[in-house]
Design a protein around this ligand. Structure first.
Ligand code: 5GP
Ligand code: ZN
Length: 112
């Protein structure tokens, strides 16, 4: 499958890894939108939030537990934002489920 994030998981494309286990990978976004900008992805290829279902959704719970740990380790005690863009209207550019962790400075109050 021609998926950028599957290639990052496979090590075919280098990334700055923050956390990895058998199910998920967290790495720094190549084009950071905030002082801390980390992507957290499942190793299983899921296209996006719109492909979640009762069979595969458990990974999201694991991802969010690790997001809390990663944010603490990154020193984001003043807060951060977790974002998942979905599809065309959501401006999703990589069709592999990912959660952005954005923080390290005061974020814009507008969500869009
Ligand atoms: P999306 O727009 O799909 O919500 O987010 C995709 C993110 O992946 C973007 O923030 C983009 O900067 C990041 N990205 C795209 N290609 C690469 C890459 O090769 N390496 C890393 N680390 N991030 C990437
Ligand atoms: Zn993929």
């Amino acid at each position: 499958m021609d998926c950028l994030f599957c290639k990052i998981i496979a090590g075919e494309i280098p990334s700055t890894k923050i956390y990895e286990d058998d199910k998920i990978l967290a790495f720094r976004d190549i084009n950071p939108q905030a002082p801390a900008h980390i992507l957290v992805i499942p190793k299983e290829h899921i296209g996006g939030v719109d492909e979640l279902n009762s069979e595969n959704v458990a990974i999201v719970s694991h991802i969010f537990a690790k997001i809390a740990e990663i944010a603490k380790n990154e020193g984001l005690e003043k807060g951060y934002r977790v974002v998942s863009n979905v599809g065309e209207h959501g401006c999703q550019s990589v069709r592999h489920l990912h959660f952005h962790i954005l923080g390290g400075s005061q974020l814009n109050g507008s969500m869009v």
